[in-house]
Write a protein that binds this ligand. Sequence first.
Ligand code: TRP
Length: 373
Amino acid sequence: MTSGDLPTSSAESGDGLASSVDGSLRASLRRSEHIEADLEIHPERYRMLTGDRPTGKLHLGHYFGSLSNRVRLQNLGLDSWVLIADYQVIYDRDGVGDLKANVYSAIADYLAAGIDPARSTIFAHSAVASLNQLLLPFLSLVTDSELRRNPTVKDELANSDRPMSGLMLTFPVHQAADIMFCKANVVPVGKDQLPHLELTRLIAKRFDERYGRANPDQQVFPLADALLSPAPNILGLDGTKMSKSRGNVIEIGMSAEQTAKLIKKAKTDSDRHISYDPENRPEVSNLLLLAALATGGDPARIADEIGDGGGGGLKKLVTEAINEHLAPVRARRTELMADPGYLEQVLHAGNEKATQVADQTLSEVRKAMQMDY
Ligand code: TRP
């Protein structure tokens, strides 16, 4: 290889990351289904890592969309890692709010939802020095144009009122370090994260190629796959995308009364006959979906039960379903929030474990790079 060339596998060379997204979505879905089937038979083959940016309190979208899936995977017996991506909060904004409070609130949400610190390592990536040190060799393995093509980064830039920061451009490489420091091989994420997973695999491959470890028995890094488990598409209470900034969310930690009040104001439509029709009746169908998720039922059947009960009947049922489902979660959350010393202990233990594993990986990386002085 001539100097300046980056090693590329034939699959990724040529048209590069962005234009291969469609094809790779299909491939990722296939891989994901295959892994999903294998997880139950061989949970010991998998290390799962996923994470969130601590930008605020977690809501029902997080709860039904990702937290419950993490708990499911943890309970299947996967070695589980949950990362709080605090450095990723600073790439596109000047103010981050009360970051520390957000971090501890997220941990309380995790534990209340059933993430068990004995089986899942919860840590903040800023606290793991050797994880962050992986960034330097990894940055040497990607080009400026590959970074600029990343569709998720482009999207986030379009939604930001700041110019592209150096961190924003390179955060997918940082995310690769998040995944690779512990050699995670499955990453439960939404489709928007696929470009980052593709980059992670590319970096893993290029690292081992560049440092002469292409033989399977010499490779430092496994190739991580996305786990695209079907997640319900939950909307906000006004029928638009659920997001804190639109004020249309129910937070996990809200009281039953706050929840009732918000659902009372939720948008419905004028047809008193309740039916499940996500296409034509998005607001009504979203409430039915929430009720179904909370009760483990079926949205169309719940609609039949309500019949001509109208928006009022629907809202009453959804409120009860959500409040009942969340009651034990909320009770645990309240207890946890009253014990900040415990939350701190969980985070510190997770940071320590992550540091040990990252130190080990960094020493393998140094050795491969002949920097193990
Ligand atoms: N980028 C992810 C998000 O915005 C958060 C994240 C950071 C992450 N590092 C990760 C997710 C590693 C999965 C794996 O939600």
